[in-house]
Design a protein around this ligand. Structure first.
Ligand SMILES: [Zn+2]
Length: 327
């Protein structure tokens, strides 16, 4: 048995047909974890779908109504970049429920991983970039509503900037800022701006020259140059987390473990190796564990030319957690 819980359902499957996003990856990760004896069936716990009340903590009633009645405009569906269907709506409500459950487990046990979720491009009133609902934000808002936490931090390591999450947790009335890589003065300024007014500190480490073209400010954005490799990436990640953790004391870290910073990714332009991505996961887990902060993990993107690599990278996140939290 793993010393923590995995949240998963076969119904995480995204029914989007032939698409660069492999909607079947969740089941393949589940199967690989069992076949490789990293996990056993009893390690997996099935979520229930989020309730509409949960979803409405983040999303607007108008948007939720459109999703439930199939009345998105053609432009809205195009912007989401995945084909609308009632089945897809159910899959996203379930992914949100999975992230809520994983956050709850993480608070009780130190870490939990949902083999799904991480849909960081979803905004309160619309979906974008393969994301319909922002499960990360829904999970955080549910934990706050239920008075399980007050403050959270997102650590978004998908290759694409977490624009939806940044907007959802932007402090109202405080103009944003963006930090260039390695600019300590900027990082310091930004953390100071944000600390006074928000209960969720958002960190996004992403490739600057990539989607989304407009990157609304997170609490801390690390805009990485094309082609960055393992060692430099890990240094940036360590700096960003140290900076964030020196400014806020989160009661929960939501780690978005995208597989797309991988050097063979079709939608990414960074150059991390599979081993480097596992080292990334290990670093996040070690820093969180050292400070006694629970971590909830979601998976976000992964578009390797060979889907086996995406499955391996995501499976390795569980291996890394086992190594850090099992000892
Ligand atoms: Zn991505």
């Amino acid at each position: 048995m793993l010393p923590f819980k995995l949240v998963y359902s076969d119904d995480y499957f995204l029914p989007i047909g032939s698409h660069v996003f492999p909607g079947e990856k969740y089941k393949r990760i589940h199967d690989q974890l069992i076949e490789s004896h990293v996990a056993e069936p009893a390690d997996f716990f099935s979520p229930r779908p989020a309730t509409d009340q949960d979803v409405l903590l983040v999303h607007t009633p108008q948007y939720v109504h459109k999703l439930k009645t199939g009345t998105l405009s053609a432009r809205e569906e195009l912007e989401m970049e995945i084909p609308y269907s009632p089945e897809l709506v159910r899959a996203f409500w379930l992914a949100a429920g999975g992230s809520i459950l994983a956050a709850d487990y993480a608070l009780n046990e130190g870490i939990a991983i949902s083999i799904g979720g991480g849909f960081h491009h979803a905004f309160p009133d619309h979906g974008e970039g393969f994301c319909m609902l922002n499960d990360i934000a829904i999970a955080i808002r549910c934990m706050q509503r239920d008075e399980k936490i007050q403050r959270a931090m997102t650590v978004d390591c998908d290759v694409h900037q977490g624009n939806g999450t940044a907007v959802i947790f932007a402090p109202s009335g405080v103009p944003g800022n963006r930090a260039g890589m390695g600019s300590a003065a900027n990082l310091h300024d930004m953390a100071r701006v944000r600390r006074s007014s928000s209960d969720v500190f958002t960190i996004s480490l992403h490739q600057e020259n990539n989607y989304p073209a407009f990157k609304p400010p997170s609490s801390l954005d690390v805009n990485l140059p094309d082609g960055i490799e393992d060692a430099d990436y890990l240094a940036c990640l360590g700096n960003a987390m140290s900076m964030g953790l020196s400014r806020v004391q989160p009661e929960l870290i939501c780690y978005v473990a995208g597989a797309d910073p991988y050097r063979e990714d079709q939608l990414g332009g960074l150059s991390l190796s599979i081993a480097g991505l596992k080292a990334r996961d290990t670093l996040v887990f070690q820093l969180a564990k050292a400070q006694g902060i629970p971590v909830m993990v979601t998976y976000a993107g992964g578009y390797a030319r060979n889907i086996e690599d995406t499955i391996t990278i995501h499976s390795n996140t569980v291996v890394a957690a086992k190594e850090v939290f099992g000892s």
